[in-house]
Design a protein around this ligand. Structure first.
Ligand code: NAD
Length: 498
């Protein structure tokens, strides 16, 4: 009953939660070889949630060996696509049946609001798993036109062992964007969740077994960056798929090159531009959308609309609406179902965001927020913050902050807006608000970004659309049939028939 599911209900549920902190290797939960653990703390109030296995190279080796054995034995890769699909669909159904438990675990571990994990992270993860499960028995190879003396096919084959290294901002969803297509394609997977949010990945491993996934096909090795580095250097990992910072992405690419030239897929950061033209169809809607674009998930979103570019003639009318819209994004206790934002992931990230707020105070005009909120719980909570900058050269207008900080600045012409939008090493997302088809058409072609929204921002959750970036936002794409291709090798088979 919805009326029972208030904050008191979730707090009571949290007390009864049994949390698994051991690694998951070859179908069973195991301690780290060293028996070392680290704590996963809740950003809500910094309370320790669970002691988690600190996986090191020996544990990574074991997980990779289990994945390799299962792959070579053909217990997964050798199944008919429809059989793999049945297991993945059952897994998705189990995730759905455990939505409350998993959403609560995710909220406790990440500090994001329970409304988000229940309404976004879990349904998104389940949708992703179902989407790739449904795709795999509809994949067709190619039959090129050849001379009649030959017959040939081009087919996709699984790569082998895929390592997935993921961040903390959408722990389960970012993991699913990797493991769903990789498993659907027939690979065996070793998943390394962020040390800040390892718990949901560990829990769903048991559900994979319950769904009938053979041992060794899906392994989870919690640990810090060194476990990720071991995977990137491992000679028996065929592909590494990473979501996280550019710094670590570069290191992974270097390690892959220095080891076995494993395939590398990187989804990295962003500093996305949200451009509002004076002929925007609805300034109020654009202002409300701009607030959501940066403040949802406490700004800890790689595709957040962190730069708001407003045509000068409407700046004065848009700003008051934006400031008012921002009041809706004040953080609350993450277990209060009415909270729209929650805690910053940890003290390190909080300090980083606060440093940017200090920099902003020197180089731009503070329009809103900027203060920590200590009355919610003992975690790190921040007011949504808005700066008005003179131009795009400010550091807060160029560097990824990954927090609830919006930088607004004015432009005069469309060409100037596009130039500013593209004047970044990133290229993840962008948006343009206008009523003019020529403006829209020109901007969508010129903006160097993997996703461009028109008259909206970050709307339409649809797995058919690839997600990823131009330039230093990464390579390859998550989601869509293009993502399945990332986890397969193409094979040309040529038969002499005469
Ligand atoms: P991070 O790069 O610090 O960590 C990501 C993961 O890499 C973690 O699991 C971490 O343990 C691991 N890691 C750390 N050092 C490593 C190393 N040397 N080798 C291998 N693995 C290592 O990133 P984060 O702080 O967890 O996440 C924030 C970043 O992620 C932001 O830059 C954000 O933009 C980006 N991000 C991008 C997307 C996208 O789809 N493009 C989505 C979400 C987050």
């Amino acid at each position: 009953m919805a009326d029972l599911k208030d904050q008191a209900y979730w707090l009571a549920q949290a007390k009864t939660l049994e949390i698994e902190g051991r690694a998951f290797v070859d179908g069973v939960y195991v301690d780290a070889h060293s028996r070392e653990t680290f704590y996963s703390y809740s950003p809500i109030d910094t309370a320790p949630l669970a002691a988690v296995a600190r996986c090191e190279s020996v544990d990574v080796d074991r997980a990779v060996a289990a994945a390799r054995r299962s792959f070579e034995a053909g217990v997964w890769a050798g199944l008919a696509p429809g059989e793999r699909k049945a297991v993945l669909l059952k897994w998705a159904a189990l995730l759905e049946a455990h939505t409350e438990e998993l959403a609560l675990l995710e909220t406790l571990d990440s500090g994001k609001p329970i409304a988000d994990t229940l309404g976004g992270d879990l349904p998104g993860t389940i949708y992703c798993l179902r989407w790739f499960a449904e795709l795999i028995d509809k994949v067709h190879g190619e039959v090129p036109a050849t001379s009649p003396a030959f017959f040939g096919t081009v087919t996709q084959q699984p790569m082998g062992v895929v390592a997935a290294v993921v961040p903390w901002n959408y722990p389960l969803l970012m993991a699913a964007w990797k493991f769903a297509p990789a498993l659907a394609a027939g690979n065996s997977v070793v998943l390394k969740p962020s040390e800040k949010t390892p718990l949901s990945a560990l829990r769903i491993a048991a559900l994979a077994m319950e769904a009938g996934m053979p041992a060794g096909v899906f392994n989870v090795v919690p640990g810090d960056g060194s476990a990720g580095r071991d995977l990137s250097l491992h000679g028996d990992v065929d592909c590494i798929a990473f979501t996280g910072s550019g710094k670590v992405g570069r290191e992974i690419a270097k390690n892959a090159a220095a080891s076995n030239l494993k395939r590398v897929w990187l989804e990295l950061g962003g500093k996305s531009a949200n451009i509002v033209m004076a002929d925007c169809p609805d300034i109020t809607q654009a202002a409300h959308s701009a607030a959501a674009a940066i403040f949802a998930n406490m700004g800890q979103v790689c595709s957040a609309g962190s730069r708001l570019l407003v045509q000068r003639s409407i700046l004065d009318s848009l700003i008051p609406v934006l400031l008012e819209a921002t009041d809706a994004w004040l953080p609350g206790h993450p277990l209060d179902p009415n909270s729209v934002t929650g805690a910053i992931i940890d003290g390190v990230q909080f300090e980083r965001v606060c440093e940017y707020i200090d920099i902003g105070q020197q180089e731009a005009q503070l329009l809103k927020g900027g203060q920590a909120l200590s009355d919610i719980a003992s975690g790190a909570y921040l007011q949504p913050t808005i700066f008005l900058a003179r131009d795009a050269s400010a550091r807060i207008a160029r560097e990824e902050i990954f927090g609830p900080v919006l930088v607004v600045f004015a432009f005069d012409t469309l060409e100037e807006a596009i130039a500013i939008a593209n004047q970044t090493e990133y290229g993840l997302a962008a948006a343009i608000w206008s009523s003019d088809l020529k403006t829209i058409h020109h901007a969508t072609r010129q903006l160097k970004a993997g996703t461009v929204w028109v008259n909206c921002y970050d709307e339409l959750v649809d797995m058919n659309f690839p997600f990823g970036g131009f330039k230093e936002s990464g390579n390859g794409r998550d989601n869509s049939a293009h993502a399945l291709g990332k986890y397969t090798e193409l094979k040309s088979t040529i038969v002499r028939c005469a």
